[in-house]
Write a protein that binds this ligand. Structure first.
Ligand SMILES: [Zn+2]
Length: 421
């Protein structure tokens, strides 16, 4: 029924590649497209043309989100949102975020090219900010459509001291309007996001695409080991309270506990800061940052308790004091079970063995889940590399992702039609 040409994979990739360089990047040497910059503006001009060519009417919302709308057969029926973010981290890859937007456009194009309308409108959304690479807040724009961005956000400043208020003005937007970016729950049927996996699981399983069941719960713990600083030469080995040695044992304990835990449990010590860093000083104090993630809170919190107990034991044995602080506690975001089922069927329908996985990384879907049920589709990326210029996807995989999204939309339409009759 649809033109299943290689365009379905080649075109979204080609478009991401176009957006991967100047003038769609602030820098010549690497991809850098922060929110509300000139490169963002240029990107939206081009994306607007692509959305229009695919048969959508396009508008920019008060937060700088670009929305292309493809009307359905039933006026005023809640719309299906398909999207992702169009900003990048500094020195980012070309597909993180952008590919999800291109796949939304491709999905609409597949329908519009054969004159097909769904009972609901489809809106493709390019969120302006997800990465938080300009202002010290992430998912500003997806939180914005949920109504989660208040006036106070306007005072946020970028590294040059430019406020969000000023940046919106410079972009031609009215900062007093940001509340109007919020969508009413009844307007949105569901939100679907296709995204590169940013991890190696699909590749290891030899699968092009996978269905996300949810976004992991995340906990950041700060552990401070406090011993006593001493002279490296004069303090006998048995008479030291070495904070680095204690914290080092702590790092291995975190790794051990998480490796022995549930398959979706992840524990990382990515932050290890001794107060002194000198050859001749026994460290008196070390700050260690633990990032814990799991598909649900109980698994994550059980691991956190185990880690706290083990670290306390290590501290006791070594005669150092230990303090814990919770730095960040984000609940898990389950994808909607019905949408997960429909997406799983869609993946199967395009000939890929259906495989479900948890997203360890945060995505716009997290924020949008406050507004509507969400679903996500992951696309295999080479060696799981992301936030890196070497990010790569295969055209055949992207074509399968497009076909799965089209199948998802069709199945959803069918189920909705059954429900409403
Ligand atoms: Zn992303």
């Amino acid at each position: 029924m649809y033109a299943l040409t290689s365009d379905l994979g080649d075109r979204p990739i080609a478009r991401c590649n176009v957006l991967g360089a100047v003038p769609f990047s602030e820098d010549h040497d690497f991809l850098n497209r922060p929110y509300l910059t000139e490169s963002h503006r240029k990107t939206l001009e081009l994306v607007r043309m692509w959305m229009t060519a695919a048969g959508m009417s396009v508008r920019l919302d008060p937060l700088g989100n670009l929305l292309g709308r493809y009307e359905g057969t039933q006026a005023n029926a809640p719309a299906l949102l398909i999207g992702s973010h169009i900003d990048t981290v500094r020195n980012g890859g070309r597909y993180d975020g952008a590919l999800g937007v291109m796949l939304g456009i491709e999905t609409v194009e597949a329908l519009s090219s054969v004159g097909r309308r769904m009972p609901f409108a489809i809106e493709v959304i390019a969120f302006g900010d997800e990465e938080g690479s300009r202002f010290p807040a992430s998912m500003l724009c997806s939180r914005g459509i949920v109504g989660g961005i208040g006036e106070e956000a306007l005072a946020l400043e970028d590294a040059d001291g430019v406020s969000l208020r000023q940046a919106l003005l410079d972009f031609g937007l009215d900062p007093t309007d940001i509340a109007k970016a919020a969508r009413r729950p009844g307007e949105v049927l569901a939100y679907v996001e296709a995204h590169i996996e940013q991890g190696p699981v699909l590749e290891a399983r030899d699968l092009a695409i996978g269905v996300v069941t949810g976004i992991a719960a995340q906990l950041r713990l700060k552990a401070r080991f406090i011993g006593e600083a001493g002279h490296a030469g004069t303090s006998p080995m048995g008479l030291r309270t070495d904070a680095i040695a204690a914290a080092a044992a702590g790092v291995l304990a975190v790794e051990q506990i998480c490796a022995a835990g549930a398959p979706d449990l992840r524990g990382t010590v990515g932050r290890f800061l001794p107060k002194t860093a000198a050859y001749n000083v026994i460290a008196g104090e070390v700050e260690m940052g633990v990032d814990l993630r799991a598909s649900n809170r109980p698994v994550r919190d059980a691991a956190a308790e185990q880690i706290k107990t083990r670290l306390a034991q290590i501290a006791r044995e070594r005669g150092v004091a230990l303090e814990f602080t919770v730095v960040q506690d984000l609940p898990d975001t389950p994808c909607d079970p019905r949408l997960v089922r429909v997406m799983t069927e869609a993946v199967e329908a395009v000939g890929v063995a259906p495989f479900q996985l948890v997203s360890g990384a945060g995505h716009d879907a997290m924020a949008v889940s406050g507004l509507a049920p969400v679903a996500m589709l992951f696309i295999r990326c080479e060696r799981g590399i992301s936030h890196n210029a070497d990010e790569a996807v295969a055209a055949a995989d992207v074509a399968l992702a497009t076909r799965a999204l089209v199948a998802f939309v069709e199945k959803l339409a069918l189920e909705n039609a059954v429900e409403t009759t």
